[in-house]
Unconditional design. Structure first.
Lengths: 252, 248
């Protein structure tokens, strides 16, 4: 009950926005810009002919592949850079230069290297989500409190125990934050990447709907679906923050 | 009583903004096997630095620290430090924390040992709890148990109970004395609480303000349990406070 009450204002604003949108479309007699109801029927159309699932599946596959690759590379790299001083001083300047480059700027190079198949968007997703993960993981290692490292040193444990029971669990909350940021960026980028030349994905759906007969109802439907799935993915990553092993970091 | 810890003319300075900052300047003392020596001194006098040197986390600039007659080469499980801010790993359960320093045993042996020491400090029923679910006093008990479980010959305690409230502080002193009666350890305790030192120590060293030097030493030749209200304790307290520059 209480949760419903808290959601009420935001639901009311949403309803108001939709109503305003509807009223404006009707008042201006726009032939191109759709009403909310047209967006709903457009979405139903996509569901009925099955293309919606194909587009969602294609986008999720690309994000899944690029993001997994980024985790597999970014986390170990971040741990290494955090732990070994020389690795940090050598690689950090390079990352600091590469990091601010928008993934969109990589598109020409991605096409040159990987063509217009799946490999290009996967590469773009990888390049955009790997940096936040490296940065967060490195910062995580650097911020391990010295008292914990000293305690580990004091007990004279092996290097592998030190890593398994101190370094990695200490950094895990930061790794999860990095993953959350990385996945968010990955989802942003997949849509942009799919606007190039592929024949599937939610980004393609949006561009194709516009090009093939000004179907703006489908454009907006695509946008809303992208937003909803993004929210869902973030919620999924939030579940990781609830794990028993990392709750100490978020508890207070 | 054989000598356990021997500190000889130890000096340590750090690089400050205005040249080297002398923190410890020619400290010498020794601690006998099984003795509980407390070091008191004004805050910021270099007590913690001295402790880090003796526990092997930092190297002195000059002088020597010998444990059992052998030059100290760094920290080892022979002497476990219980630090002021605590270092129980928040990502491990109480049991996992206690098992952390145990090697070369089977898992069930480690668990049994961990649970035995958890019981000794009164943490039965909390073995599977995470540190953030414990109170401050329980956290200190967990830290103490984690140190005891590896059977260190020396316990280095740096203001171990200062973050606790007065009542819990008093109770933890009692617990510590009870445990020390069971398992004989050499203890070096750093504190700013004169009463705490008199309550549990065999000998008390008073340090000067920074750079730290040993200014005075007091034997506490009173049998346990000590009554803090007794005239002997009060007399000693006044004498130590006078050394610290607090005349009352």
């Amino acid at each position: 009950m209480v949760r419903w009450k808290r959601a009420l204002p935001s639901l009311a604003v949403m309803a108001l926005l939709i109503a305003t949108w509807w009223a404006l479309v009707v008042a201006t007699h726009s032939v191109v810009f759709p009403t909310p109801w047209q967006v709903v029927t457009g979405t139903l159309e996509l569901i009925r002919d099955g293309t919606l699932w194909q587009h969602i599946g294609a986008s999720l596959f690309r994000v899944g592949a690029g993001f997994s690759l980024a985790v597999a590379v970014g986390v170990p790299l971040g741990l290494w850079m955090g732990w070994v001083r020389g690795a940090f001083t050598t690689l950090n300047p390079i990352f600091q230069i590469l990091r601010p480059i928008s993934p969109i700027a990589w598109i020409p190079i991605a096409i040159l290297w990987f063509g217009v198949g799946n490999a290009s968007p996967i590469y773009l997703i990888f390049i955009s989500s790997v940096f936040p993960m490296v940065v967060q993981t490195t910062a995580g290692v650097h911020t391990i409190e010295r008292r914990y490292l000293r305690a580990a040193e004091n007990f004279g444990v092996s290097r592998s125990t030190l890593f398994r029971q101190v370094v990695i669990p200490a950094v895990l909350p930061q790794i999860i934050v990095g993953m959350r940021v990385g996945l968010g960026v990955a989802w942003l980028v997949v849509v942009a990447a799919e606007m190039i030349a592929l024949r599937s994905g939610l980004g393609y759906l949006i561009i194709d709907s516009r090009n093939a007969g000004n179907r703006y109802d489908l454009v907006i439907a695509g946008m809303i679906i992208i937003g909803s799935i993004g929210l869902l993915l973030d919620g999924l990553m939030r579940l990781l923050e609830g794990l028993e092993r990392v709750r100490w970091r978020y508890a207070h | 009583m054989p000598t356990k810890i021997e500190v000889k003319d130890v000096r340590k300075s750090f690089l400050g903004k205005e040249g080297p900052l002398r923190v410890v300047e020619g400290v010498s003392f020794s601690v006998g096997d099984g003795e509980l020596v407390a070091i008191v001194g004004p805050s910021g006098c270099g007590k913690t630095t001295l402790m880090n040197l003796i526990a092997g986390f930092e190297r002195p600039d000059r002088g020597s620290i010998r444990i059992d007659g052998a030059e100290l080469m760094g920290s080892s499980p022979k002497g476990i430090l219980i630090s002021q801010h605590g270092s129980v790993f928040p990502w491990l359960t109480v049991r996992e924390n206690l098992m952390f320093g145990l090697n070369g045993r089977t898992r069930s042996e480690k668990e049994a040992l961990a649970d035995h020491y958890a019981a000794m400090v009164g943490l039965t029923g909390f073995e599977r709890s995470y540190p953030h679910e414990l109170s401050g006093g329980m956290l200190k008990r967990a830290e103490l148990a984690r140190a005891l479980v590896v059977k260190p010959e020396i316990l280095y305690m740096d203001e171990p109970f200062s973050a606790l409230d007065a009542l819990m502080n008093l109770r933890m002193r009692g617990e510590l004395l009870r445990i020390l009666a069971e398992e004989r350890h050499t203890v070096l305790l750093i504190t700013h609480d004169v009463e705490e030192a008199i309550h549990i120590a065999d000998r008390i060293l008073v340090l000067t303000p920074r750079p730290a030097q040993v200014q005075a030493a007091f034997e506490v030749a009173l049998p346990h349990p000590r009554k803090l209200t007794s005239p002997e304790v009060q007399e000693l307290r006044v004498a130590i406070l006078r050394e610290l520059g607090v005349d009352r």
